[in-house]
Design a protein around this ligand. Sequence first.
Ligand SMILES: [Cu+2]
Length: 124
Amino acid sequence: MLRVLRALGLAAVFAALLSAPAAWGDGSTQGLELAIAASDYWFEPAWPTVHAGTTVRWTNHDAESHTVTEEWKRFDAEIWPGGSFTFTFAEPGVYFYYCEPHEWMIGEITVVANDGSKASKTLT
Ligand SMILES: [Cu+2]
């Protein structure tokens, strides 16, 4: 059973690595960007994995303001209709956020180190 769980964990890690931007070649994190849409009262993509150094840009496509409020207030911004907000994730970690007026609008950004140390840690 433990063996199966480990295999599943590995699969999850590989899935996370595959969904992350390709920065593995020279280890450069310069210029990594991810766009997240706030659209129809939902964040898309809602659960991305990115490399440390990535700048995420949220753009509000709705006719009403949204916020991106991180649970520990590591970022917290109101985005007007048509507006956007950017945040650069320097530190590996898990960043859960939500929209204050629309609490069903949630998202989580997993930031992995470029050497994959964060991914390895999830196996223990
Ligand atoms: Cu909202």
